[in-house]
Design a binder for this molecule. Structure first.
Ligand SMILES: C[S@@+](CC[C@H](N)C(=O)[O-])C[C@H]1O[C@@H](n2cnc3c(N)ncnc32)[C@H](O)[C@@H]1O
Length: 272
């Protein structure tokens, strides 16, 4: 049945994100900042917002990270793990100490090993297939490793799962870009980029693009504001059936509009 696009968009009206009991953001931020690591304050705010949204819409299954270092990003992830969910941290080195692990909001299963070997070396690998609702990749950033991590994400992400890929536009690691787009456009995959920031790329499955796109469009600026950052702008300057991601960044001028180029690109902000 044909449904006008105006009505289709209504299916994704703003979700009441205040309705889920979550650990207060200040507590999460303090815990993360107390651990040495590479995750910026901005990324803590964005990741916490996306994870809170997943809770609000009932996503469940498990959280997985490749590249733990001393546990900063793991601290943010740990605040969102539900009792029924698996929480797996993977690193080739054990930089994270026992005190940090026991101070996380949820107890992880720490696996010493590489992402390349994970499918063979992690004993519960098959239990994770299509169950992971949030996967954070922040490991070697090399070309082959990234390609393999995208393949893993395809196998492990739940239908409504999110892959968060670190440093994808950091040109010190320029190999991540070709690895990502080779995988997305040369492989039979339903993974789609729904949002990029200066640090990370957020990817979901095609069927859930509208869900996450609506969240970005309708709720993310408010969620960033609730986390103490009201100076953020959203940009979208093209909508193509092959690519229609949003870009979230900090404002460069205090009075900058919330939507980049609204007078020219306004129609790209009307629906996800
Ligand atoms: C940038 S650090 C991670 C930072 C961390 N996410 C944080 O929030 O501070 C990268 C980590 O990836 C680990 N690593 C490198 N290659 C890896 C691989 N192939 N598989 C899993 N972990 C890897 C390193 O040992 C290091 O701890």
């Amino acid at each position: 049945m044909w449904v006008p696009s105006r009505l289709r968009h209504r299916r994704h009206a703003p979700v009441d994100m205040g309705a889920v009991p979550v650990i207060p953001f200040e507590t999460v931020r303090e815990k993360a900042e107390g651990i040495e690591g590479m995750l910026s304050g901005f990324s803590v705010q964005v990741m916490d917002s996306v994870l809170t949204f997943q809770r609000a819409v009932g996503s469940n299954g498990g959280i997985l990270e490749f590249g733990v270092y001393k546990g900063r990003s793991a601290a943010v992830l740990s605040a969102h793990v539900q009792p029924s969910e698996r929480f797996v941290l993977v690193d080739v080195e054990r930089y994270v100490d026992d005190e940090t692990i026991s101070g996380l909001f949820s107890k992880p299963d720490f696996h010493l090993g590489s992402s390349e070997e994970f499918a063979r070396s992690y004993p519960h690998y098959s239990d994770l297939k299509r169950k992971i609702r949030f996967m954070h990749v922040d490991s070697s950033h090399s070309y082959r490793t990234t390609l393999n991590e995208l393949k893993l994400a395809d196998a492990l992400l739940a239908p409504d799962g999110v892959l968060c890929l670190d440093d994808f536009s950091n040109l010190h690691y320029s190999q991540i870009l070709p690895a990502l787009y080779k995988y997305l456009y040369r492989t039979w995959t339903d993974l789609r980029v729904f949002m990029v920031t200066d640090a990370k790329c957020y990817i979901c499955r095609r069927k859930h693009f509208d869900r996450y796109g609506s969240f970005v469009l309708n709720s993310l600026l408010d969620e960033m504001g609730k986390r103490g950052n009201r100076h953020v702008t959203l940009a979208r300057t093209d909508v193509d059936r092959e690519y229609r991601a949003f870009y979230l960044r900090e404002k460069t001028e205090p009075d900058e509009d919330d939507l980049y180029g609204r007078s020219i690109y306004g129609h790209f902000y009307e629906k996800p």
